[in-house]
Design a protein around this ligand. Structure first.
Ligand code: NAD
Length: 324
């Protein structure tokens, strides 16, 4: 199994990370920890310092995942020229600005310099591959590999093919992300916002509404989530949770008892005005509670807590082995 995984990674030993901000630098850390050679292309003048800082920051998490975490920069280089950066690579992970025109022009610009076998993955949160590849001659190796922040820790990657993506490229992307220890999930259709962010958006809408109406403050709402549905959803998704909550026939009983009310409630969409006034209310309430903690400290606690959850879940026999 370990050999099969290594065989897959060997196919992608040269990777270009285009755009090394929040997401790109985190991907670079994970790729390097798996022994891949990474070339970073990003025009920021201090990009080398920023990426090296990220490698330092990610080291504790990579170590906890059982991955190499020291001397990672021995396989790292920087090349601001995009064509030179992608020459000879096996895979591109694109993490540039979330701007449709920029992404379209990027792929068209680098296409002539790319090896034909290279797998082309975009981290985009919302711009589908069909749109991104419009100016390419051959977009059959281009698809979305949308991570959750930070990609070196959170397992999910949404794999979303475009109209022109070949089935082989989808299989290759899934195999690549699995070999990195990720949990890739392929979407059957392109949809704005993909899946995980659509779910986050629905929850965020209701969260803002509850603050707008003065039902709870932002930190009270966060507490309610982490001590109920957050804990539940680390183990079961909404459907299997309600299957167990429905009674002896699971979802069938659930819909018999609650389906009608739920259907009616779906039709009531509360009016949330996320205008400057509500944004300020949220910012002020956050500043008075968790906002007092510096963000790097919050990030460290978040990563440690999420690692603890992943490790704890891996010890439950049905969930398999410890994450590595
Ligand atoms: N931040 C998140 O939580 C998150 C999560 C998942 C996916 N994404 C997606 O990842 C992508 C990057 O998001 P981010 O949050 O890392 O943004 P970011 O602003 O932190 O990083 C973007 C990087 O692109 C670089 N860049 C600009 N022009 C470039 C060029 N011509 N060539 C190469 N690099 C260039 C910038 O210098 C910057 O470092 C976006 O498509 C976004 O939708 C973001």
């Amino acid at each position: 199994m370990a050999t099969a995984r290594q065989d897959i990674l060997n196919r992608y030993s040269n990777v270009a990370v285009i755009g090394a901000g929040v997401i790109g630098a985190s991907w670079a850390a994970l790729f390097l920890a798996h022994g891949l050679h990474v070339v970073v292309s990003d025009p920021q003048p201090d990009i080398e310092t920023k990426v090296r800082d990220m490698l330092d920051k990610a080291a504790l998490t990579l170590k906890a995942l059982g991955l190499p975490h020291e001397g990672l920069d021995k396989n790292l280089r920087f090349e601001p020229d995009l064509e030179r950066a992608v020459t000879g690579v096996d895979l591109v992970q694109e993490n540039g600005p979330e701007n449709p025109k920029w992404k379209q022009e990027l792929w068209a610009q680098i296409e002539p310099a790319l090896p034909r076998h290279a797998l082309l993955l975009s981290s985009s949160s919302a711009r589908p591959a069909t749109e991104q590849g419009q100016q390419m001659r051959d977009a059959s190796r281009l698809l979305i590999g949308h991570p959750f922040n930070p990609p070196h820790l959170i397992p999910l990657v949404e794999v979303v093919p475009g109209d022109k993506t070949s089935p082989e490229a989808v299989e290759d992307a899934v195999a690549f992300y699995e070999a990195l220890g990720k949990v890739p999930r392929v979407l059957k259709k392109e949809i704005q916002g993909f899946v995980a962010n659509r779910l986050q958006r629905a929850i965020m809408r209701e969260a803002c509404y509850l603050v707008q109406e003065g039902v709870v403050t932002v930190d009270e709402l966060d507490d309610i989530v982490t001590s109920s549905i957050g804990l539940r959803w680390a183990v079961n998704g909404p459907f299997s949770s309600f299957h167990m909550g429905g009674g002896p026939k699971g979802l069938e009983s659930f819909f018999q008892h609650l389906g009608k009310n739920m259907a009616a409630s779906f039709k009531v969409i509360p009016n949330v005005e996320l205008d400057a006034k509500l944004q300020q209310v949220i910012i002020d309430q956050a500043a008075a509670s968790f906002g007092k903690t510096p963000i790097p400290e919050m990030e460290r606690k978040r990563d440690d807590s999420q690692l603890a959850i992943l490790h704890a879940l891996a010890t439950v026999p049905a969930n398999g082995k410890t994450p590595s």
